[in-house]
Design a protein. Sequence first.
Length: 298
Amino acid sequence: MVPSFRETAAVIYRGALLSGLLLFLAGYNEGSRIPDGQNDLPFAFRSGHRFLAAGIAYGMKYRKKKHVVLTFFGDGATSEGDFHEGLNFAGVFNTPTIFLCQNNQWAISTPRTKQTRAKTLAQKALAYGFPGVQVDGNDVFAVYVAAQEAVDRARSGDGPTMIECVTYRLSVHTTADDPTKYRSEEEVKRWERLDPLPRLQAYLSEQGVLSKQKIEALEEAIKAEIDEAWQAAQEQMKHLSDPTVMFDHLYAEPPPSLKEQREAFTRFTAIQEETNHHARAHDDSSAESGAAAGNGQG
């Protein structure tokens, strides 16, 4: 699996530790380490990264492995050159790749209608010689069926498939985004009624699979699991406070310039730590003097 930055649920489903995910989201790259035996790539924030999936799939095919590669991307990524290069490569070499597009209608503030004149995004796959299918991305069962069919095609040697999941980004794109500037509240409310989570929950309740008591129990269990994972992540953070690790893993043999930078940075941080230590000692001394003076006045 080659995820984008929205595949938290998929990453957890695939076996990643929740504590590692929280560690990564807290700003520690160590949290993106993939557990041994898990055939996934780390989260990627660059759109074009996801189309490496075509090359990975080609490698698997070359080695005659019956594996399939699934990659995720948004509608905005279909306007980038990497998208077209990746799909063309997959089509030419008939790779076992599934390209899953989350068409959430908005590439930050650019609507889908201003990205392409094509009636669907799925039809772009036809230009590269393989099937493209559009499904209701808020229908869990529709997405599952489309993905399973694509997996079966790929495993049987029939090549790639593109799946366009029509959905919607209900929240902000980032914390710096203000969607009220470019879309209406009515539009958001209309899509809220199609939210896949309450939709699936309602269906399972109607089928007698879920009850109110079971839902509450699940929510409590999930909350406890998240709290436990966050505690584990915080423990890991205590041992990941050395900033000089930013110089590691760049070169097998660091060049002299990088060694000099590391040494200079180490000296700088040592001076800063000593300065901070003296400042804390001075503050503690001032506080004690103030307390003593106060007691004397009393």
